[in-house]
Design a protein around this ligand. Sequence first.
Ligand code: 5GP
Length: 245
Amino acid sequence: MIKSGMNDPTMNADAHKPVVYIISAPSGSGKSTLVNELLKKVSDLEFSISYTTRAPRGSEVDGRQYFFISRPEFEQMIREDAFLEHAEVFGNYYGTARRFLDDAARHGRDLLLDIDVQGAAQIQSKLPDATSIFILPPDRKTLEERLRKRSEDREEVIQRRLDTATREIENYQRYNYILVNDQLEDSIRLLRAIVRGERLLRAGRELSTEEATLVANADLCRLANVRTRLQPILESFRTPVSSRT
Ligand code: 5GP
């Protein structure tokens, strides 16, 4: 048996303090699929549905992927201090409503935020206990191919997303865990290990052998343990070979 060391004696046993998980990734990294699979596989985890001023895409439904609102409505919510964080991404506002954190606490559940690097920085300064996970594509070429395959965007939008990805990726060091999304099944398994592992560590009790294995799997994704693997990925973004014709 292995003893975990992160017991928090100041926590009121009656009040649930949600673990807040932040997931960020450049657009096209496969984040939405991973988040959806994670929500199916892990219990007691609520997804924070963000507010945005961008228009719904494809099959998106108001109140499911996002709450789609107008710019004046969003600005009114900013004035009312309704957001835990908000940011402008690709020319649109996106924000996390404070009430999701309160709701998760009341429901005795944890909270998952799918937000960009600016929003992540705001949450990290307000909620330093939050667990942050950065998802990376295996290299720039793969990201470019995935963005093209989606074929939702015009060429200039694809290029803009690639440039943004290059900038966003440089923020990887601000995250607790880094997940390279190469094989979907492996990524889902690791993401699940990170989420469950954090819960186990925070529970501060003895871990069974199986639980300790899970925590060890999650540890493989800790920033300190992935630095070598990251180097070629970062290089591929710093010296891009564009597949534009
Ligand atoms: P998309 O428009 O492709 O759904 O999302 C664009 C970017 O906005 C993604 O990086 C996504 O993580 C981010 N995003 C979604 N919701 C929020 C939010 O509430 N706050 C912030 N800061 N970013 C968000």
